[in-house]
Design a protein around this ligand. Structure first.
Ligand SMILES: Cc1cc2nc3c(=O)[nH]c(=O)nc-3n(C[C@H](O)[C@H](O)[C@H](O)COP(=O)(O)OP(=O)(O)OC[C@H]3O[C@@H](n4cnc5c(N)ncnc54)[C@H](O)[C@@H]3O)c2cc1C
Length: 384
């Protein structure tokens, strides 16, 4: 059996980007994904900040729209608006986005295999042995010197190896609907409040051509809240018109992302923003850091936890403050009654919070804005 240098499990953004980097550096890389076709299970709103596009030179063909105005909307309809002179983020067709990343990985020399569900990953003396099943082959095997687990929220392989798991899951649901109006200039709306989306928020994202993407995350069963949100943003819409898709989002990594010959990245490692549930940018960053560490391990010929463990240091330095602050902020917000949320909106207007946040607002990195908002809203000292 051919022994690959690296086997990547999962062809989402994190796995595909890691595969591209490793293959471009000359490693023999195979990617295994359970989907029959790339992007077919992509349940995602596809909002990606401008920073990620610039940093990773992301494909622009899948871009459906740009976001430069955001409105936070309280349960009673109070509005806080943030408008930027330049676009903050782009909305992509996630399936198309994944296909483009797959093309790049292939062009770098990675072999992509779909319809392969990896059942087990066994660490052996000289490498790893993956067992998978597919339509044509009930038990297939792949050997590699290193495995990169990028299997998203499905934490089955990590769990079996005693590796990182999310502390909790948010339940997310969304649908693309046609309003027959709504254009490119409409703001992206974020709906907050315990009665609207317990523990998280809902959203409406204009896609252009009269279509919007409506979604909601919650710590509770999201469907009743989603139906209510649909009625609010598209009154009279027959819910059955909109094909609704849902998925969990992992939050807050607990445990190690590295074992001998194994690295866990992306949403599999809960490298997902705890404030918004966005996982594409952090997944790409996670893949970039892990690839660097894996390449160093190949250079040294040492695949023990010592060199691979550098990945833990890298991602913790990059993400810990963000993950903790976002998580605590969401927990705090979840405890507020709707009437307290209304008072917070009022106070935000009174103290001109958005103006005070000038210089602290960043689409991808939230801890400075969160801390300044908490200080301003709860009167904990100056926030200028
Ligand atoms: C409703 C919703 C909206 C979202 N909106 C946004 C957003 O606007 N912006 C944003 O940044 N993030 C968003 N996210 C989160 C984002 O989609 C994910 O965090 C991101 O796709 C994670 O990327 P990944 O590569 O780590 O994993 P994934 O994209 O989940 O890819 C994992 C891949 O692994 C495969 N796989 C899993 N198990 C196995 C196995 N055992 N064998 C073989 N293959 C396997 C799966 O088929 C899948 O293709 C949203 C999520 C949801 C649910």
């Amino acid at each position: 059996m051919v022994v690959r240098d690296a086997a990547v499990i999962g062809a989402g953004p994190a796995g595909l980007y890691a595969a591209q980097r490793l293959a471009a550096a000359g490693l023999g890389v195979i990617v295994l994904d359970a989907q029959e076709r790339i992007g077919e299970n992509a349940v995602c709103s596809g909002v990606i900040g401008e920073e990620a596009f610039v940093r990773f030179g992301l494909p622009t063909r899948p871009v459906l729209n740009r976001i430069s105005c955001l409105q936070a909307i309280s349960p009673a309809g109070r509005i806080l608006e943030y408008r930027s002179a330049t676009p903050l983020a782009r909305v992509v067709d996630k399936a198309e986005f994944n296909r483009e990343l797959a093309d790049r990985a292939r062009a770098s020399g990675a072999e992509l295999c779909f319809g392969r569900f990896v059942d087990s990953l066994e660490r052996q003396k000289d490498g790893v042995l993956l067992q998978f099943r597919s339509r044509s082959c009930p038990v297939g095997r792949v050997r590699a010197r290193v495995a990169v687990i990028a299997s998203g929220v499905n934490g089955y392989l990590n769990r079996a190896l005693g590796l990182v798991q999310p502390r909790e899951f948010l339940r997310a649901i969304q649908a693309d609907i046609s309003l027959g109006k709504d254009g490119i200039s409409n703001p992206t709306e974020v709906y907050v409040g315990r009665s609207v989306a317990p523990g998280a928020f809902g959203w409406k994202i204009p896609l252009g051509h009269g279509r919007v993407r409506v979604g909601l995350m919650s710590v509770e069963e999201p469907r009743p809240y989603f139906r209510a949100l649909l009625q609010r943003v598209a009154p009279g819409l027959d819910g059955a018109q909109a094909p609704v898709r849902w998925k969990a989002i992992g939050q807050m990594p607990v445990g190690k992302c590295v074992a001998e010959r194994v690295v866990v990245i992306g949403e599999a490692a809960a490298h997902v923003k705890t404030s918004t549930g966005g996982g594409i940018y952090f997944g790409l960053l996670s893949a970039e850091m892990a690839s660097e560490v894996v390449l160093r391990a190949f250079h040294k010929g040492d695949f023990s936890v010592h060199p691979l463990g550098e990945f833990e240091r890298f991602w913790r330095a990059a993400f810990t403050l963000e993950l903790r602050t976002g998580y605590l902020a969401r927990k705090l917000a979840a405890r507020l009654s709707d009437s307290l949320v209304e008072r917070a909106f009022e106070r935000a207007k009174t103290i001109d919070l958005l103006c005070r946040l000038n210089g602290k607002l960043n689409f991808d990195w939230h801890h400075k804005a969160i801390l300044a908002s908490v200080r301003g809203l709860f009167g904990l000292g100056a926030c200028a």
